[in-house]
Design a protein around this ligand. Sequence first.
Ligand SMILES: CSCCC(=O)C(=O)COP(=O)(O)O
Length: 253
Amino acid sequence: MTTLSFPGVSCMLLDIEGTTTSISFVHDVLFPYAAANLEAFLRSHPTDPNVIRHTNLLVEECAAESAYPHAPLGPSPSVEELMQYIRFLMAADRKSPGLKGLQGQCWDAAYRSGLVKGHLFADVLPAFRRWSTSLPKGVAIYSSGSVPAQRLLFGFSEEGDLTPYLVDYFDTGVGAKIHASSYATITQRLDVSPGAILFASDNPLELLAAHEAGLQAVLLDRPGNAPISSEMAARLEALHIGTVQSFAQIELP
Ligand SMILES: CSCCC(=O)C(=O)COP(=O)(O)O
């Protein structure tokens, strides 16, 4: 097994989909559950403050959306109007904060009833055990999925409750994952120098953004992940951003 060494790392920052968890779990289990249940969820929670907050986000997002082929949402959209916009966002796999917030709220019942358990690759729990004791700043998560959705995935995982291993969670509230400024904000929030954080993701654009912010970065090549173009592979190589298939290949101080 080839290993890659990352000197000076005191904190691991992990993406979820394609990194800790299979793309298939997110796209074939979580997203279809939300697609099938969101309408009923919205109808049964009309006064929930978080539903209202996420709906308002969707109204704002829709007003700035040029590709949406229908009239923008009004200030108090009906459930039908909301669902039409939500289906548009889901079809394009948009990392919309409003959509991600509502998906997270909708998944809550599925995890708590035991219908869904968060998928983790086999090397994830052993790595969490290692890193949470050996790294001064521990392990944090940065995903486009909302922070409540992240807590559910790790809290109700196939391996049980893994949240005690995690020190912090970040979502697009700190900015999009392809913007360097998001990683600068995370670095400040974690109170760690950028070079002491190793960000692991399956998405090369996220790795380039993290690298631009001064973080160390590593590409995860998990079963089912999208292939990387040769141009992108060359860009990553030029920046010394390596690839691993498993967290077991990551050597930390
Ligand atoms: C937190 S579980 C749901 C994941 C999700 O909704 C998503 O869009 C995945 O984004 P990631 O940044 O983890 O690739």
